[in-house]
Design a protein. Structure first.
Length: 333
């Protein structure tokens, strides 16, 4: 398949991405929240539970994995990548190496991972990955973000995306404007617009094929310390922002949930897909916690709870798929 065909398949109607690419420390926090030890066996057991859920492929087209997971075998000895492949689900891989301060003492962050990336991508392709993800984080605060922070992160996102396409995979480009802070929705709109302009300028400059990549942005949403906005306002502001900053040729938009609850992430995505205005891109999802929180609570690390946890995952996937189609309502919860 071409990268364009893979990108289109990932954002096929009603389908989206499970982000199961938590680093070892991050998944450790999730497991600690349900009283489960952070061991390789427990991490594998949890991810295998998700990947072996019957009928997940009705709603999930791709799974982003962490390096460890891409290499793991399931309890029956089969590779987890092959478990997904049999269901018709694409395997993806997080390839960035996390963030560091933009400069000494700075609250702003720059993402690392370009060193050796070309070689890693060749190996990931051999292991079965067909798409990749790189996350940049932009903080809103006093005198932040700076133009330097936006520009440097945009350049690295573009270099990464070009390398991924050259390796025969679809890049997911994730510039996340963090929800942390007390900024209002209009400030988020302004920063998101500026960031996306910078990112797409760099993508053009690096000859990235927009119809063979996916954008994973934040929704335009007020900071956590600024109160809530209605899903209708979030939808309107987000789509208006994208009309100004995301070229129509982009294969699709797969939103991050970014600290929203499972229900909020559904309500906001649904409101966008219901909007009666032109939307030249598929509006889908690439959710982590918003697909997993209730699954972890149902599982609690106990083998006797696996079926209940799978049911919870299938339910969340089905509801999020409905939101992606603009047919969700809270009564379905």
């Amino acid at each position: 398949m071409t990268i364009q065909e893979i990108a289109q398949a990932i954002v096929a109607p009603g389908k989206g991405i499970l982000a199961a690419d938590e680093s070892t420390p991050t998944i450790g926090k999730r497991l600690a929240g349900i009283g489960v030890e952070n061991t390789e066996d427990n991490r594998r057991a949890y991810r295998e539970l998700l990947f072996t859920t019957d009928n997940m492929s009705e709603y999930i087209s791709g799974v982003i994995m962490y390096d460890e997971t891409l290499r793991q075998n399931g309890s029956d000895g089969s590779k987890l990548v092959e478990v997904l492949e049999k269901q018709g689900v694409f395997s993806g891989i997080k390839v960035d190496m996390g963030v560091e301060p933009l400069q000494d003492g700075s609250e702003e962050k720059i993402t690392n991972g370009l060193d050796g990336l070309e070689e890693r991508l060749k190996e990931y392709y051999e292991l079965g990955a067909r798409f990749a993800k790189w996350r940049a984080v932009i903080t809103i605060g006093e005198n932040m973000p700076t133009d330097e922070c936006i520009s440097k992160n945009a350049k690295r996102l573009a270099k990464y995306a070009k390398l991924v396409q050259d390796a025969g995979m679809v890049p997911i480009v994730e510039p996340e404007i963090l929800m942390d802070g007390d900024h209002d929705i209009d400030r988020c709109y302004e920063v998101t617009t500026n960031t996306l302009h910078s990112v797409f300028e760099e993508l053009y400059a690096h000859d990235v094929e927009l119809d063979g990549m996916l954008l994973k942005p934040n929704m335009v949403i007020p900071g956590k310390g600024s109160g809530k906005a209605s899903s209708e306002i979030i939808a309107q502001k987000t789509i208006d922002c994208f009309h100004k900053s995301v070229p129509p040729k982009t294969a699709g938009i797969v939103f991050l949930s970014g600290g929203q609850s499972e229900q909020e992430a559904c309500e906001n995505l649904d409101a966008m897909n219901r909007l009666d205005i032109e939307k030249p891109w598929e509006l889908s999802f690439s959710y982590g916690r918003a697909l997993q929180s209730s699954v972890l609570q149902a599982w609690l690390g106990k083998s006797e709870n696996i079926n209940a946890a799978k049911e919870a995952f299938l339910k969340r996937s089905k509801l999020t798929s409905a939101a992606r189609s603009g047919t969700y309502n809270s009564d379905m919860e």
